[in-house]
Design a protein around this ligand. Structure first.
Ligand SMILES: [Ca+2]
Length: 456
């Protein structure tokens, strides 16, 4: 299972919050994986990806299983002054100056910023629960996200075609990242990035990391890409349409519109989408190669071969009986591994090293990579993943989850929202229902569970 950190803020994940070391999650990535948008999400932790333990973009979108659709924060809050924080800011200024930031930029960037208690609350709030890849995918490739993604492909066709030609990354992949990171620009975050980074650099759990982000953010202002007041992002500093953290921005952002500014924050998504394509391209993306293909494993398959360390050409995998879910041989696109995600329940994939890794650099959680990859396939008109389930084990779709929630309510559980999403609350109620009815209390929303509750 994916460990999801929820509550006001946190996703490490693959399912939203963007990684953990011991056992399941890479602890070092945790803070980074936190909810990028600050819009009220949860962070999901996923088991570490064997090959890559770090990522430049630590967040696991979509952030909010519970609150994915929460509105942008519009209210401007004023936080009380905090003398210690202000003293820290003063002590940080000479450091910024030594890093090459001008006094003028330093003065204007820090003017009026306060110790942001909301950021600290989000950083500290992590109610953990488990989510399977299927539950993550139900949200990542929800009907609404797929539909809106197709609309975006039409609306921005010219731009996306240009970006695809220039960077060699399929437009559906770029749009899938956009869809998971900010719901196509709807959830870009409304925190003052300098204030949020300074708060976390002063008082967070990863001070060194956020001090680097703060310096990088100041460099962005110094270069004139945007102004302090327009540099908005998530509480964890993920900025713009595709949620770049400042250090990733410094490495990969591009000016696609040609106005001299790399503007990933404004309404026009051109620079942000081109920056994402540039990021994937420079991370080794190969156009025309899949990120992964769902497979059926033959009976008696040696699961020890399902390892990132074991790579073969698809034709060699085919000799071991591995074909796609329709029984067809998979073309020799390149070297591939078999991935059976821990929380996947019936999911098996052939993953192509180059492209899987390129998405991993955006976020190392398996769930995230599969979410982006599968959403891109759906945007191309591909079919939902099928899985290979025993009777009754199939996970519920979004619509079926709504139905389950209605039944939970009917039998007396105080469910507030019928939203088709499995969040910590719904999961708790499922577990309670299961244990009261003598079922395995694993919180897993399966076809069999829906059947069971319908009979009640
Ligand atoms: Ca520009």
């Amino acid at each position: 299972m994916l460990r999801v950190s929820g509550g006001i803020a946190a996703l490490l994940m693959m399912i939203s919050g963007e990684s953990v070391a011991s056992g399941t999650v890479d602890v070092s990535l945790r803070p980074i994986l936190r909810p990028g948008s600050g819009l009220g999400g949860e962070v999901v932790s996923v088991e570490p990806v064997s090959a890559i333990r770090s990522t430049l973009r630590p967040r696991l979108r979509p952030d909010g299983f519970e609150n994915a659709q929460s509105p942008l924060v519009t209210e401007v809050k004023t936080y009380p002054r905090n003398a210690r924080f202000e003293a820290w800011v003063e002590s940080f200024k000479p450091r910024a100056k030594r890093a090459g930031i001008s006094q003028g930029v330093i003065n204007s960037a820090f003017r009026g910023i306060r110790y942001n208690t909301d950021v600290i609350e989000r950083d500290g709030n992590q109610a953990e629960f488990s989510k399977t890849i299927w539950e993550y995918l139900a949200n990542a490739t929800s009907a609404k996200r797929v539909k809106q993604g197709k609309q975006m492909l039409r609306k921005h066709k010219r731009l996306l075609d240009q970006i695809e030609r220039k960077y060699g990354v399929e437009k559906e992949v770029v749009v899938a990242v956009w869809g998971l990171e900010s719901f196509y620009g709807d959830l870009r975050g409304d925190y003052n990035v300098i204030e949020a980074m300074a708060t976390l650099a002063y008082d967070g759990r990863r001070r060194d990391f956020f001090q680097k982000q703060l310096i990088a953010a100041l460099k962005i202002l110094q270069r004139g890409d945007t102004t302090a007041s327009k540099m908005k992002g998530s509480w964890a500093g993920a900025m713009g349409h595709t949620q770049f953290i400042p250090t990733s921005y410094e490495l990969f952002a591009v000016d696609f519109t040609g106005d001299g500014k790399r503007d990933i924050w404004g309404k026009n998504p051109a620079d942000a989408l081109a920056s994402t394509a540039a990021y994937l391209s420079r991370s080794g993306w190969r156009k025309g190669m899949p990120w992964g293909v769902e497979v059926r494993l033959p009976a008696g398959f040696n699961r020890g071969l399902a390892s990132r360390k074991v790579t073969k050409m698809p034709s060699d995998w085919a000799k071991l009986g591995i074909k796609d879910v329709n029984g067809r041989a998979i073309r020799d696109y390149g070297s591939a591994s078999i991935l059976i995600p821990k929380s996947g329940r019936g999911l098996a994939l052939m993953i192509f090293a180059k492209n899987f890794r390129a998405i991993e650099r955006y976020n190392a959680a398996d769930a995230y990579v599969i979410g982006v990859g599968h959403l891109s396939d759906r945007l191309k008109g591909g079919a939902p993943l099928k899985g290979n389930f025993k009777a009754g084990e199939r996970p519920l779709t979004e619509e079926e989850t709504k139905e389950l929630q209605k039944h939970l309510k009917r039998v007396g559980y105080p469910l507030e929202k019928i939203d088709g999403k499995i969040g910590p609350n719904t999961k708790k109620m499922i577990k309670s229902y299961q244990s009261r009815n003598g079922l395995t209390a694993d919180g897993y929303a399966s076809e069999a569970l829906l059947k069971h509750i319908k009979r009640r």
